[in-house]
Ligand binder design. Sequence first.
Ligand code: ZN
Ligand code: ZN
Length: 334
Amino acid sequence: MSSQSPERKRFYQVWPGKNKFYCGGRLVFGPDASSLLLTICMIGGPAITFCIRMAFLIRRRHPLFHSQILIGAILLTFMDFTFLFLTSSRDPGIIPRNKEVPESEIPDVITQSTEWVSNKLGNVKLPRTRDVLVNGFTVKVKFCDTCLLYRPPRAFHCSICNNCVQRFDHHCPWVGQCIALRNYPFFVCFLSCSTLLCIYVFVFSWISMLKVHGDFYVVLADDLILGVLGLYCFVSVWFVGGLSVFHFYLICTNQTTCENFRYHYDKKENPYRKGILENFKELFFAKIPPPLINFRDWALEEEDDVEVGSITSKLGRNLGPQNTKMSSGKLGVR
Ligand SMILES: [Zn+2]
Ligand SMILES: [Zn+2]
């Protein structure tokens, strides 16, 4: 088997979504991954400036105090960037698309329905939505015209990435990636770490400055850099802190951002709610499921199949149990 022949392509090279792949398909970024650079500068710039300033102050005054602050700042910045990388570079839970509507999806009996899927399907007639039972609740799932499948509950088609994604939360422009089933815990850790870093730099900038006696202008003139950093962090913490609080509220109530805006689960029964402790356990301690697609696998060599929108029928062997349930019409819910 000539698996190394140059004309053979891997799935990530023929994937019809808009993702960007690096390291031979091992790293999966969103199409707007370049916005990550801005996020890195906005976090790294102030953090590095703060660390340099603390290193400088170690020699000038209070060596032990400032060296401890420096170590704390380096650790927080390192953790923040690690969570940012884990959020933005992994497959968020992309669902393999179908080349054509699976026969198992076509209903035997055509019932009355107000809306039918007609796009791309030729003569096949499918209802736009269908009902699925989740924890005793009936949930409507929609047919995706692009991916040619009924989305599993909580999945959504991200128009920026052009993929259906499992337990879709939102597409984050700051991270340049969908926030969904497989990277949501890292995203929450990234937000929390960013909030902590803001508070840390704000508090210790002012403590360092207040060690110089005098009125406000004397303090500010003595260390303008720390003054600007303190102000920057004060403004930023409202944004990242607000987002952290919002996401902790979503975790407590087991909702995604998408569900919160669309279905207002805080005003009606939420089929996924399990109690605050269980909701947190599910998010932070449950094993993150493996990706449904192995982007490094070889695409088959059927000439006219290696084209946009036509590869997923070949992905069958890479599908996890969720997709098997999905295409047989029995939608699996985690
Ligand atoms: Zn889709
Ligand atoms: Zn997306």
